[in-house]
Design a protein. Structure first.
Lengths: 236, 125
């Protein structure tokens, strides 16, 4: 009987594909956002609102991920923005290989900003690097204030938390202060933007920040949030 | 359920290591799963038992070590275990904690037989 120490990340194959994706995105000059949330929190609405405000200033493309249907990609295309739909069937998250496959058909030429709208799920997407520059999650105020404690990995690995549906705060039974504090407990560095995709409230602030963040990345300025670092943690 | 995808990745890694070492059969697989990883150990063990069939790890036992969430304070450098409330704040000075353990999803080691005699002894042949 022999015993050997291995010390390899189990999702190493996904990490390697993600790094290939990252290199392809950088070579094409495209800033990539991995957009995640629970089902129904407002990812596609956020994309529509962001496209409306930023679409004139940069060329946007979207890769959509859902179990079934092309409903979300259709909504984006209706705005004149190129969109590709990945239907996963029964897989509850996007992974780097799926994004790589999408890029065989969906060309990056001419794009400045690519959103990858992940499958609605607060658990699995957190574990799969897609090769993105920025992770954003949408959390709506009516999901329950304790969500960050119940799904800490998702909140902890997202640079930005968009607190959506703030127009419903009077009916949500929880304050913005409490929601914000719960996020900062599990992720002290989180950038939190309270917004309403329905009323348009405070979306300009989010878009201004996003475009500045993209500019920083383009100029090669280091940000204080390193995505590959998070995925390189080894035990020993 | 993504435990199935993780088990699939794990078996592929085990098969690769076994091939490199010309193993006949893998008898034990040890992994570490951090407390912050959204993986249920029982579901992962179940998925492993399904995926390992008809592979070189068909008779392998899976050992899962759950790694507790540990943080280190940015201000005072104190190390602290993070409790189930996931508050990443230093108990001493209330400054943010950086996570130093608890995000692992790692294949630590494998045990294997590389001879017919060894495999016979362990009842694998």
């Amino acid at each position: 009987m022999h015993r050997i120490d291995v010390g390899t990340r189990i999702l190493e194959a996904n990490d390697e594909q993600a790094e290939e994706n990252r290199a392809a995105f950088h070579n094409a000059g495209v800033f990539v956002v991995n957009l995640m949330s629970a089902p129904g929190a407002g990812k596609t609405s956020l994309l529509e609102q962001t496209i409306e405000r930023a679409g004139q200033r940069c060329k946007i493309g979207v890769i959509e991920g859902d179990l079934m249907t092309t409903i979300d990609a259709d909504r984006i295309r209706a705005m004149g923005v190129p969109a590709f739909q990945i239907t996963t069937g029964s897989v509850c998250h996007l992974d780097a290989k799926m994004v790589h496959s999408a890029l065989h058909t969906f060309k990056l030429d001419g794009l400045d900003l690519l959103f990858v709208e992940n499958v609605g799920n607060l658990v699995c997407p957190a574990e799969f690097d897609l090769g993105e520059d920025l992770r954003v999650m949408v959390w709506s105020v009516v999901e329950g204030g304790e969500k960050p404690k119940k799904y800490p990995a998702m909140f902890h690995t997202s640079e930005v938390v968009l607190l959506n549906k703030i127009d419903l705060i009077p009916y949500a039974g929880v304050s913005l202060t409490e929601l914000t504090a719960n996020v900062l407990d599990v992720h002290p560095d989180a950038r939190i933007f309270p917004i309403s995709c329905r009323t348009g409230e405070r979306l300009d602030r989010w878009v201004t920040w996003l475009l500045a963040r993209r500019e920083e990345s383009r100029m090669g300025r280091p940000t204080n949030f390193s995505l590959p670092r998070l995925f390189s943690m080894q035990c020993r | 359920m993504h435990e199935l995808a993780i088990a699939q990745n794990l078996i592929e890694l085990v098969e690769r290591e076994a091939r490199l070492r010309k193993a006949l059969a893998v008898t034990r697989v040890k992994i570490s799963v951090g407390a912050l990883i959204g993986v249920a150990p029982e579901a992962l063990a179940f998925s492993f038992d399904v995926i390992k069939r008809e592979t070189i790890a068909a008779s392998a036992e899976l050992e899962i070590e759950v790694v507790k969430l540990q943080g280190k304070c940015r201000a005072c450098f104190m190390s602290a275990e993070v409790g189930p409330d996931f508050r990443l704040l230093c108990p001493a000075c209330q400054e943010p904690l950086d996570i130093v353990a608890g995000r692992e999803l790692q294949l630590d080691s494998i045990e294997f037989e590389d001879s017919a005699e060894g495999a016979l002894c362990t009842g694998l042949m």
